[in-house]
Design a protein around this ligand. Structure first.
Ligand code: HEC
Ligand code: HEC
Ligand code: HEC
Ligand code: HEC
Ligand code: HEC
Ligand code: HEC
Length: 499
């Protein structure tokens, strides 16, 4: 019998099992901790695995080990024979020593590989490929739009799973339900937004975008075409007053004034997409002064509305499509024309392109065929000369419309631009005008501003495709089409639904 180095009572099957379990967990934790310490950018949740999840079986193993000891002691007190292990190892015998060495080496290697393997599985579930392609049809719209977005190099989990154990557990729970929903084919089409439990929040964005640091202005040059025969170009260049929310860095103001550094902006929305906002309240953090704005149309119900749940404004209230951008037909065609992939020399091509893209199609394949048929038929019947002489331009326009359809429309999931509002502007969705419609009034008669110069200044507008001169002082807006003062009276979205 080999010499027993450890307390005698430990030598029973139950304690050995518990001990092995605890040892495996401990080794894995040590391994993951090393990865966590030495990898340049460890995955976000490695800490939760090693410090929250693995300690559970570790403790379980230790408990089993202790229980084994207690049981063994009781047996012996009752005078029963010590439980016999099924085998004995004598390391004094050279053969057994060699076998034991080999066994330990193999076990260590297997253990390391298992730890590495489970680490890789974990890493994979955090990857973009896992989130974007595992349930291919379901996530196809988000994944496709994401790949063309400014955040194409940011992992899904970096936005969708916040840091902290609570977030991790919530995300995995809702993930489990999602797998069930996909397997039983009960998932909603389109996937509704906001997605419960996976909603990006201010903290997620702030990992990369330092909120105190926005300042100054950003130039946007928007190129449009009119829906006439010549596709008359129209360009508007805007200086967006990005601004910042940190008084220490200069006057706080501009668009990012909302970011709750010097002020807290809260509101009541009556719909899940937060498109209808009857009450907005701001509190100055320093003076504590509170101002409440109530929509004129909701003045009678203000008391009831105040009792509903309030939301605090954050990045996602404006930037709700930073990554999954489904562009409306008007923007698609204007941009493709601006860069020459659809030739403005084709008469009525803007009007036709928009009309063709905005029809409902049942499948992507059907849409792709139909786009080609319709545009060819239009030129063959209305402009036979163009169809004959400019066939190549028509073909190029068709190819571009088909490519854009694939990127922005997903008929099997019912996803397209109109499925989700985009809150960043105010032309094709209500956006900023949810509050800045000039109709939210405070008790002392102030209004949330709809002044066209409060968020941006127009530095150029006209038919020059690339503005040669800019006016820094800003120009009064001239609506490209003569519609009188309708653009001041009505919200842009009433006429511009993206078509
Ligand atoms: C830059 C941050 C960011 C990244 C990266 C990102 N998302 Fe999103 N995602 C959002 C935001 C913001 C929303 C809208 C949330 C809201 O309105 O409450 C959203 C919404 C969604 C929705 C709900 C449906 C919809 O379109 O609104 C799904 C599904 C989704 N994302 C999947 C993904 C997948 C899959 C990836 C990786 C391929 C990904 N997201 C990467 C920010 C991001
Ligand atoms: C992991 C880092 C990371 C996270 C998290 C992240 N972003 Fe970004 N974001 C970037 C980078 C990098 C760029 C610049 C991309 C470029 O210029 O091509 C960018 C660009 C942007 C832009 C400018 C886009 C444009 O068209 O110029 C906006 C707006 C933005 N992010 C908002 C957000 C919001 C809102 C969130 C939170 C939902 C977020 N970001 C989360 C890294 C991140
Ligand atoms: C009130 C609405 C609103 C809120 C809230 C808001 N933003 Fe913005 N943000 C804008 C607008 C409008 C622009 C400029 C238009 C554009 O870039 O398309 C912008 C621009 C940006 C840019 C690009 C800046 C540049 O110079 O290119 C980043 C990055 C950004 N926001 C991040 C954030 C983050 C992070 C938060 C939350 C901490 C946030 N924003 C909160 C409206 C908002
Ligand atoms: C939930 C309501 C709400 C939404 C949505 C909203 N705002 Fe505001 N905004 C406010 C309130 C309230 C004020 C402060 C009005 C006041 O007291 O003068 C304000 C003020 C501003 C100011 C002036 C800040 C200053 O004092 O310099 C700018 C610029 C601005 N908003 C831009 C935007 C832009 C751009 C968007 C859309 C991307 C937007 N806001 C969306 C509520 C909103
Ligand atoms: C509360 C802030 C705010 C106010 C007030 C405002 N705008 Fe804007 N405007 C924006 C933002 C934000 C965008 C979108 C920037 C982007 O595309 O990222 C925008 C975009 C535009 C565009 C480009 C349209 C597009 O989306 O292609 C025009 C034109 C414009 N605004 C005109 C006006 C006029 C005219 C008024 C006055 C009736 C006005 N704006 C009032 C914030 C504002
Ligand atoms: C009463 C309806 C109406 C309102 C309100 C309105 N527009 Fe228009 N807008 C039109 C019409 C009609 C055209 C010409 C459409 C065409 O040529 O295809 C047009 C054209 C435009 C164009 C040229 C690109 C295009 O789609 O033809 C821009 C840019 C534009 N409008 C911006 C705005 C902005 C910004 C607002 C809000 C401040 C606004 N419009 C409000 C009816 C309206």
């Amino acid at each position: 019998m080999a010499k027993r180095r450890l307390p005698d009572l430990l030598y029973n099957p139950m304690s050995i099992f518990g001990g092995v379990l605890a040892a495996v967990c401990l080794l894995t934790i040590i391994f993951l901790t090393c990865v966590d310490l030495f990898q340049y950018q460890p995955p976000a949740y490695i800490g939760i695995i090693s410090y929250v999840l693995l300690p559970v079986p570790l403790l379980l193993g230790l408990c089993v080990l202790v229980l084994g000891v207690l049981r063994e002691r009781r047996r012996r007190l009752r005078g029963e024979a010590a439980s016999r292990l099924l085998f004995t190892i004598d390391l004094n015998l050279p053969r057994q020593r060699a076998a034991m060495t080999l066994f330990s080496a193999v076990a260590c290697i297997v253990l390391l590989f298992t730890a590495y393997g489970s680490y890789r599985v974990f890493e994979w579930t955090e990857s973009v490929a896992f989130c974007g392609t595992t349930c291919h049809t379901v996530m196809e719209p988000e994944y496709t739009a994401y790949q063309g977005s400014p955040h194409a190099r940011v992992k899904c989990v970096e936005c969708h799973v916040g840091s902290g154990a609570g977030w991790y557990v919530r995300s995995k729970l809702s993930g489990a339900y999602q797998i069930y929903a996909v397997m039983t084919n009960v998932y909603p089409r389109p996937i509704p937004t906001p997605i419960q439990n996976l909603r990006p929040a201010q903290e997620t964005c702030e990992q990369c975008h330092w909120p105190s640091h926005f300042s100054g202005e950003k130039k946007l040059v928007n190129r449009y075409f009119k829906s006439d025969e010549q596709n008359t170009p129209w360009t508007i260049a805007l200086m967006m007053k990005i601004g910042g929310g940190n008084e220490a860095r200069g006057p706080s103001g501009g668009i990012h004034w909302h970011m709750n550094i010097a002020n807290e902006v809260r509101y009541v929305a009556v719909d899940t997409l937060h498109q209808n906002i009857p009450i907005v309240s701001i509190r100055n953090r320093k003076s504590g002064e509170v101002t409440e704005y109530v929509a004129e149309s909701a003045a009678a119900d203000a008391g009831k509305l105040r009792a509903q749940s309030w939301s605090t404004m954050d990045c996602i209230d404006c930037h709700n499509r930073p990554s999954h951008i489904y562009r409306p037909p008007m923007r698609i065609v204007d941009q493709s024309m601006a860069v020459g992939r659809i030739s403005p020399a084709l008469p009525h091509v803007r009007e036709q392109g928009i009309a063709i893209l905005s029809q409902p199609y049942a499948t992507t394949a059907g849409a792709v065929d139909s786009i080609a048929l319709q545009l060819r038929a239009f030129y063959a019947s209305s402009y036979p000369l163009i169809a004959a002489s400019q066939g190549a331009l028509v073909d190029a326009a068709i190819a571009e419309l088909q490519a854009q359809y694939r990127r922005n429309f997903f008929p099997t999931m019912n996803v397209k631009w109109s499925a989700y509002p985009n809150n960043i502007g105010h032309m094709t969705d209500l956006g900023c005008f949810r509050c800045h419609d000039g109709k939210h009034v405070s008790a002392d008669g102030r209004r949330i501003s709809k002044d066209c110069n409060s968020c941006h200044t127009i530095v150029y507008q006209g038919t020059e495709p690339v503005p040669q001169t800019l006016t820094v002082a800003g120009l009064p807006f001239q609506h490209p089409e003569d519609i009188g003062d309708a653009w001041q009276q009505t919200n842009c979205v009433e006429c511009h639904s993206g078509l």
